[in-house]
Design a protein. Structure first.
Lengths: 192, 192
DNA sequence: CTAGATAGTAGACCGCAGTCTATAAACTTA
DNA sequence: TAAGTTTATAGACTGCGGTCTACTATCTAG
């Protein structure tokens, strides 16, 4: 499954991808997406620029993979805890997502920016970042409806859009994305 | 007020700004933000590139001004109509905003993208595009509370974030931003 | 061992946003 | 008129993302 056919030809350097991703993550976190050049990443990883383009077609693709290598990881822990109310589970989930954003929010904003002029990359970002979180939130809201914590009259898909939209809006407008926002969102979604 | 001091020196070409903005709007709508170069705009406007940079410091600044020259214009008509419910007023307002987006949504997405790596421009975009619409929506929701159409327990600032976040989220993720979305948002905000 | 295929490297190349310089043009003040 | 100031223009320049080419290295199939 992870083995490509490779019927002849020089094999890819086994370590290159890992060292490129490591250099990318390090440099992007230190200096920011736009202040890191592909040349600097290749140099730090000890490879030629073309080696990098053999594996990722754009800078955005590379940074996406470097930043989200461990994902789901940031999008599944605190769900489905039957001891807490769904409202508190939502708040905990958002706090977890926002904690991740504290570390990676800046490159993620740059990735959202890059997606605006590259439909293929927008789809990749959607698969990697957007959809997994939508699924978790929608599932949580449906459980809340099943347990009577949320009215059946509410449109869970639109509520999910409200939730994600609210933090995207804050993120992209440079407003704080923190525990307070998580609490305010959860309170307003589960308003009596 | 509109007169600068101008104590000596060659005066600015009075027509240059207008023709640059006209060329910008035309080319950006025809080809898209990233496929139009500053050189092409300057050439179409019949000026040197530097003349353009004498008036706007970045491409994003120029496009912002070209796209929003007539604003408020897109952010004030249907509000405050006492014959319609606040819910319908919100829906009408959103339809109007989304109609504008049908024409200018692509450059606006590019402007939001450009704002992610330029704090000064993010502030400019906020003043020109974000805040005016927030003010209108918050005002409408407060009127709804005054008239009893919306519960006093709701947090109008967060509801405004939900509303704007929902269409930013749809816009930036390439989902349709249309009359249906306007109706679904209004319905969910004013859910019984 | 040979032929073919694929990968790595170095470096040229393109188009772009944005900066800078030199020169000419158009104004104000003395 | 002369000096000083600001603008317009043309064009060189930098750094970037991304492409392309020429050459070398390493694999598989026969």
């Amino acid at each position: 499954m992870s083995e490509e056919k490779h019927s002849g030809g020089r094999p890819r350097d086994a370590d290159a991808a890992a060292s490129i991703k490591a250099a990318t993550l390090k440099l992007v976190r230190e200096r920011g997406y736009n202040k890191v050049s592909i040349a600097a990443i290749a140099s730090a990883a000890g490879v030629a620029r073309q080696t990098l383009y053999n594996r990722w077609s754009t800078k955005a693709d590379l940074v996406l993979e470097a930043v989200f290598e461990e994902t789901g990881h940031y999008a599944d822990a605190p769900l489905h805890n039957p001891n807490k109310s769904c409202k508190l589970q939502l708040e905990a989930f958002l706090i977890q997502v926002f904690t991740h954003l504290k570390e990676s929010g800046s490159p993620i904003r740059s990735l959202i920016a890059a997606a605006q002029d590259d439909p293929a990359f927008r789809e990749a970002l959607r698969e990697r970042f957007v959809k997994p979180r939508e699924v978790l939130v929608i599932d949580l809201l449906q459980r809340a409806q099943d347990q009577g914590e949320l009215s059946r009259t509410r449109d869970v898909k639109m509520l999910s859009n409200f939730i994600h939209g609210a933090f995207w809006y804050a993120l992209l407008n440079g407003e704080p994305v923190d525990a307070r926002l998580a609490r305010d969102i959860a309170n307003e979604i589960f308003v009596a």
